[in-house]
Design a protein around this ligand. Sequence first.
Ligand code: AMP
Ligand code: MG
Length: 371
Amino acid sequence: MIEENIDTKIVDVTTCENDREMLDRSLYGAAQCLRAGGLVAFPTETVYGLGADALNETAAKRIYAAKGRPSDNPLIVHIAEVQDLEVLGYPNEKAYALAQAFWPGPLTIILPKKDIVPHGTTGGLDTVAIRMPSHPAALSLIRQSGVYVAAPSANTSGRPSPTKAEHVIEDMNGKIEYIIDGGPVGIGIESTIIDVSGDVPTILRPGFITKKMLEQIIGEVIIDPALEKPMENCHPKAPGMKYTHYAPKGQLSLVEARHVEEDGSQQAVIRKICELADEKRAEGYTVGIMAPEETLPCYEGHADALVCVGARHERNTVAAGLYAALREFDAANADYIYAESFRGDGLSYAIMNRLLKAAGQRVIQVGDDPV
Ligand code: AMP
Ligand code: MG
């Protein structure tokens, strides 16, 4: 059952993030609401989350209804104290080491779950995903509510994760009790997920915390093979990965050259995108182009919606702007969207993971020779 017509309260905390007392006071009502089984959307450093009491199965179920999310897609449980790891799961040494190194922060750790965590929160699994976020509003809310907060991204299932309160309002207004407005988030893509419950720690979802950063703390880490071969029929360990993630209303294609960072091949990519866009527009379609600020001016006059996605030389700005950019193409009703790609290690790997999903793995390769 999807609940509509709730009188959603919007609480603006953009002015009090550095004033702990004022922040606590502003969030008191929302925290009590969480405690009583309500739904509260709140900013984290990655994306906005849609929170409910993780140990209250009825409350957690309301998350699935509000998002329209399949109920076997488990939720991440957010905590405000590292020691709560042992209340919810069975942490090993590696889990402690990672928590010590990266919490509070954008890393989710998968552990065997304790009985106290209902299967309604873990999508029926015997493991639980746990994260301690660093955003002051998230921490204040969790601490004041006195509950562990199950929170997936606060978007309608199938839309991009929200990176601004406006996105949450678009998707959740009238369906949940509170939306906390903390302004645009810092990172912009969801947390890295690592499973430490097996023999070799495995990355189930890439994010801001990279493989290299994890390996510096716990030694060998592998990437789930399902991430490397998304088109093959392997069984992903993170159930969320089997669902088609966000796909824009229009058809998104990534255009890249084999040596993306070289000037010459970058020119070939620009030429190709302009050519494809012009063709589709000549056929009467609405066309979107997404590019970083370095090359954006080259596309002027070739798209109905030309959207900037940060700066190529500062990949963190691309992550931060990615989901807002994708939402703009839906708003513009773009039929075809062309985007430059962002191959690379570390954060680029995480960005490409989201972009390739949004593009249904559609990549157009441009040869080194002039076209
Ligand atoms: P979201 O909350 O929207 O960021 O999605 C949460 C992601 O965490 C989903 O893709 C889930 O599949 C993954 N996840 C949550 N709990 C588990 C778990 N116990 N084991 C594996 N993956 C999990
Ligand atoms: Mg999500």
